[in-house]
Design a protein around this ligand. Structure first.
Ligand code: NAP
Length: 280
């Protein structure tokens, strides 16, 4: 298996609903996040959808941000149908005002913000030489700037939640990648954005640690989502033979839920999580 993220499923399955489990078929009996509010970017598919479901199952009200409203509405219906609370936020977080608007609407409509999952991302691979510049722009605008816009807008709310909220701790979880730890031939600009997420996370972690905002970095390996499907056909063809074992989006959501549900004095700073067979 290569150091690229995943090329698991070229065309990932359409998300079919979260399948929350719990007592009586309702939301799970593990209300560790009851009374808290989480904003998940990129909640319309893959890791974001699974994470929103996992947090709702633990009692959080969830705000679902992405561009595809129909997907968000289906997810929200599933969560609310099982007794949870979900807010649909159709937005493009590469637009600073829309990113800030998603944060402010979450706080205004759900009453607070305890958790930000900076998950929305795009992975466009291929050689650096001759690469379409628009692909680089797209990755930098979403994976780096979009994450920063959301972090900037959310931080005052997270600091307030950590100071006054019932749990007296708040969380920002930034989704990086194995590619945020090691650059490989073919993932140069994607790696650039993910290394950047790691650097930003560590700097911010140090800045706000004593104020009980925990900043965590999650670095998934190959996970079966729609991520690879946005690549050019020739890139897809060239990486096809790198397919190997993959994790499910729920495996990453589980790790994220673990981070957020730790007691106040425990901060899980970083999780690198690969399919067992993935070597690098
Ligand atoms: N899958 C993997 O193997 C893997 C491995 C390591 C890291 N990751 C990281 O995990 C994160 C989630 O990816 P995924 O694998 O779950 O892929 P995915 O299924 O393609 O999800 C990406 C999400 O980002 C959203 N998004 C894209 N552009 C956006 C924009 N401009 N504004 C708001 N939302 C936007 C998409 O929703 P809309 O299109 O509806 O806007 C979608 O919900 C990414 O940061 C990715 O780099 C994934």
């Amino acid at each position: 298996m290569c150091g690229l993220d995943w090329p698991a499923m070229l065309v990932a399955p359409v998300w079919n609903g979260p399948g929350l489990t719990g007592k009586g078929g309702g939301l799970v009996a593990e209300p560790a996040l009851e009374g808290t509010v989480a904003l998940v970017t990129g909640a319309s598919s893959g890791i974001g959808a699974a994470t929103a479901t996992a947090l709702a199952a633990r009692g959080a009200a969830v705000s679902l941000a992405a561009r595809r409203r129909d997907r968000l509405e289906a997810l929200a219906a599933s969560i609310t149908g099982q007794g949870g609370t979900a807010l649909v936020l159709e937005c493009d977080i590469t637009d600073q005002q829309q990113a800030a608007g998603a944060v402010e609407r979450t706080a205004a409509e759900l009453g607070r913000l305890d958790t930000l999952i900076n998950n929305a991302g795009v992975m466009l691979l291929g050689p650096i030489a001759g690469a379409p510049l628009e692909e680089w722009q797209q990755m930098v605008e979403l994976n780096a700037l979009g994450l920063l816009y959301c972090a900037h807008a959310a931080l005052p709310h997270l600091l307030r939640a950590a100071e006054n909220g019932p749990r007296r701790v708040a969380d920002m979880v930034n989704i990086s990648s194995v590619a945020g730890r090691a650059a490989r031939n073919g993932n140069g600009v994607y790696s650039l954005t993910k290394f950047g997420a790691g650097a930003f996370s560590e700097s911010l972690r140090q800045e706000v640690a004593k104020r009980y905002v925990r900043v965590s970095l999650v670095e998934p390996g190959a996970t079966a989502t729609e991520l690879a499907s946005h690549n050019r056909p020739e890139v897809l063809e060239s990486i096809r033979n790198q397919f190997g074992q993959t994790m499910a989006a729920e495996d990453i959501a589980d790790a994220i839920a673990y981070i957020i549900t730790r007691p106040r004095h425990v901060a899980v700073n970083e999780i690198l999580i690969r399919p067992t067979e993935q070597e690098r």
